[in-house]
Design a protein around this ligand. Structure first.
Ligand SMILES: [Zn+2]
Length: 169
């Protein structure tokens, strides 16, 4: 979600209206889409900019700046752990079902990035190594070895390296 916001609202905007892009990103959580208001769009763009600085700090190796920015986001958007009964079972949620969508996602995105940093896993918060590509990603691979945003960028880099090897002869 954090990477999606940064990629689709800032690093690679498609020209599609922000509200439509947001509805598409939030589709992973249908209740959020239902609660999304057109007035939320500027707030999500602002959030995307702040998350963008976190990814950018980490790309530059400035862990302190990333942590400071995340702390500021966390301080202004606290979590509201909440038990909700579903099909007779109490389940833990990050927020109550009626929580406003922007503060809730600000809190979730910041907390998840902060948890990675706190676990010494900041290398998993990545920027694509593809030439000309600025897209960001969260590396969920087993050995944290991901370097590209997509297989497209990976393949492009691989064939460029192949061409370099073969033109050098
Ligand atoms: Zn890429």
């Amino acid at each position: 979600m954090a990477a999606d916001l940064v990629n689709r609202l800032i690093r690679e905007p498609s020209g599609t209206p922000t509200a439509a892009v947001l509805a598409d990103i939030l589709a992973i959580d249908p209740p959020s889409v239902a609660k999304l208001d057109v007035d939320d769009a500027p707030g999500f763009v602002a959030l995307a900019h702040r998350l963008d600085t976190v990814f950018d700090s980490l790309r530059r190796g400035d862990l302190d700046a990333a942590a400071t920015e995340l702390n500021a986001l966390l301080a202004s958007h606290s979590a509201h752990p909440h038990l909700a009964k579903e099909n007779g079972e109490w389940r833990m949620h990050h927020h109550p079902a009626d929580a406003a969508v922007l503060p809730m996602w600000t809190s979730i995105c910041s907390e998840n990035l902060a948890r990675l940093i706190g676990a010494g896993e900041s290398a998993r918060i990545g920027t694509c190594a593809g030439s000309g590509c600025e897209r960001v990603f969260l590396d969920e691979s087993k050995n944290a070895s991901r370097r590209f945003c997509s297989t497209t960028c990976n393949n492009r880099a691989r064939s460029a390296a192949y061409r370099r090897r073969h033109t050098r002869r």
